[in-house]
Design a protein around this ligand. Structure first.
Ligand code: MTE
Length: 398
């Protein structure tokens, strides 16, 4: 059986068949974890078999840096740990398919149905990718870093690319990580080495990293072309057949996440005992933005979006950025409140009377660029980046 060496938590909800493993935690369980997600409940998106690496071989894991560079490199994990400055900081990863189930209910896409728990946060430890790429000395004209994993898939290895200028900016936090919450990466999350790109979709954070190639063209890897794109809404599955010109237009490749939020309490299907619980009901949930842009407002509606109330936002990430809890390496200059690489949590106290009269509860958020979540679905063939207002029907205990 594929993945026989991988142990998994029984609370994880499988979203596809037996193999490959694609799973999310129940949102209530994920939320109970708080800011950092335990690796057992961290969402998993695998395109194929998980490479098997025994503990005794972890330090011998080798990856290459080649392409348009003066000095091609071969680096073992042992060398990466010994010769490069180590960094630790929290990053939220999100699958571009997070919440796709809601989009599939409007019109079926080609993707499988993620609930709202295709998002998780961990304290990643590793080396800033810019330190590694700079040592290889990129040549003039280089524009992209192609990243490839060890997993062998029906259409070759999993690979995609990121802009070189982003990689070279250490404050974007693009990292080669080997630890998650202080432990070695778990097999499902890239053991022993993965890329972590804060603020971008999880699909760019290549797991089981074997290769970085500096190029002047975007990647032509099958998974870069046919995955993680938002094609224009009128492009149907038939028009978007393999080989269609729509797939190679790089403008449709997703990079930054877009503002998104969800409600964890009340949960879908939860029956509320409103009148016994005191004067107010506290609604709660998460929100995240993309490209390092902070979520600056979260709004809740109890009347289908006619009026909105302002929720309180808790930026747990900032606790890690304050001087006494600095985990970040010396070279990085993430100022407190400058950027955001993580989800934030929101709460809103609602008088129980109003809560019990409402039909449903909606949430939406806005980022510092004043981009707000839309009311309507933007349907696209892969069903990516669903971020319309999140809704939970209010159900009272009989
Ligand atoms: N890297 C490799 N090598 N193979 C993969 O299948 N899946 C990508 C990305 N990196 C993938 C990969 C996708 S689509 C996502 S969303 C993230 O890994 C998921 O990371 P996680 O499983 O650790 O949550």
């Amino acid at each position: 059986t594929p993945d026989a060496h991988v142990s998994r938590d029984s609370r994880m909800i499988r979203l596809t068949g037996v193999h490959p493993f694609n799973a999310e935690a129940p949102l209530t369980e994920l939320f109970r974890e708080g800011f950092l997600t335990t690796p057992e409940l961290f969402f998993v998106r695998n395109h194929g078999v998980v490479p098997e690496v025994h503990d005794e071989n972890v330090l011998d894991w080798e990856f290459t840096v080649d392409g348009m560079v003066e000095t091609p490199l071969k680096i073992t994990l042992q060398k990466l740990v010994a010769e490069y400055e180590q960094q630790t900081y929290p990053v939220t990863l999100v699958c571009a398919g997070n919440r796709r189930k809601e989009q599939n209910m409007v019109r079926k896409s080609k993707g499988f149905s993620w609930g709202p728990a295709g998002v998780s946060t961990a304290l990643f430890t590793g080396v800033v990718m810019s330190d590694v790429v700079r040592r290889a000395k990129p040549r003039k004209g280089a524009k992209f870093v192609y990243m490839e994993g060890a997993d062998k898939l029906p259409n070759g290895h999993y690979g995609t690319c990121v802009k070189l200028s982003w990689v070279l900016d250490p404050n974007r936090g693009i990292m080669l990580a080997y630890k998650m919450n202080g432990e070695m990466l778990r097999p499902d999350h890239g053991k022993p080495l993965r890329v972590v790109i804060p603020g971008q979709i999880g699909g760019r954070s290549v797991k089981w990293l074997k290769k970085l190639t500096i190029t002047d063209q975007p990647s032509d890897n099958w998974y870069h072309i046919y995955d993680n794109r938002v094609l224009p809404t009128m492009i149907s599955p038939e028009v978007a057949a393999e080989g269609s010109k729509w797939w190679t237009d790089e403008r449709y490749a997703i990079h930054d996440l877009s503002p998104n939020s969800a409600i964890a309490s009340p949960a879908h299907g939860e029956r509320l005992r409103l009148l016994e619980g005191g004067d107010v009901y506290t609604a709660r949930g998460y929100a995240y933005g993309g490209g390092g842009r902070r979520i600056t407002r979260v709004e809740v509606s109890l009347d289908q979006g006619r009026t909105w109330r302002l929720a309180r936002i808790q930026y747990v990430e900032d606790e890690y950025r304050k001087a006494d809890r600095i985990l970040y390496g010396g070279k990085l200059d993430f100022q407190w409140r400058d950027t955001s690489f993580c989800w934030c949590f929101w709460t809103l106290d609602i008088p129980v009377q109003e809560m019990s009269e409402a039909k449903d509860i909606l949430v939406r958020c806005m980022d510092e660029g004043m981009c707000v979540q839309p009311r309507d679905v933007y349907w696209s063939v892969l069903g990516m980046m669903h971020n319309a207002w999140f809704r939970v029907a209010i159900m009272r205990e009989a």
